[in-house]
Design a protein. Sequence first.
Length: 285
Amino acid sequence: YIVGHNLIKAHAEAWHLYNETYRAKQGGLISITINSDWAEPRNPHNQEDIEAARRYLQFLLGWFAHPIFKNGDYSEVMKRRIRERSLAQGLSQSRLPEFTESEKQRIKGTYDYFGLNHYTTVLTYNVNYPAGVLSYDSDRGVASVADRSWLNSGSFWLKVTPFGFRKLLRWIKEEYNNPPIYVTENGISERGSSDLNDTWRSHYYRSYINEALKAVVLDGVDLRGYTAWTLMDNFEWAVGFDERFGFYHVNFTDPNLPRRPKASARYYSQIISCNGFPDPATGPH
């Protein structure tokens, strides 16, 4: 929470610096990208699960978006839950730091667009952790599972759930007063495979981009741009080179690191060159 707190304040300073010193002559846009899943209640008829889904979003996306895109401060549910659990643990104040009034004014509205990284959806339900458990998960009081019918990927956390993309885009529109949105990451992995016929990746992009299109056309979301993750296989954090997100396969055992296009590279290049979906009946356009 302390790191996140300082990150939000640092973001605000960077935005103001650009706004006051460079914007007039450069004409650029500056903002923040936030990574978020969509959360569905595990049981849509259970009020506790519905509230757990809301908390999941407020503790993940809202942690950073609420201060920047709303009012310069954390959401009430985040402040209340962390304060209550901190006091129950014998602390004299909340583990979530507080912004001063001047900091809130400094932070509020420090965006030109909403940057979003999105990959997957989770099913959430309420969990009441013992008071002594001191963690982010216990503060939000939410656990998550996946539907066993959802398609897998090369990452244990990433299930193919296109419907959640549209729902999250619409939620951002409604929660944060319809900001311009740029999707800065969206994609799917495979594990250790050298199979270039990655039909699952073409399916993922077709399905997710179609949901983004629905968000624009049917829900009025102000989606300005979309970026696939990623051009070529690369180093994926703690899993190294085992999980591959690329349109291009990279042979990491060859010192020359040769790159070969997967089938999805051709499919995606058609979408972006035609600005639309290829129609099998009438050719690529």
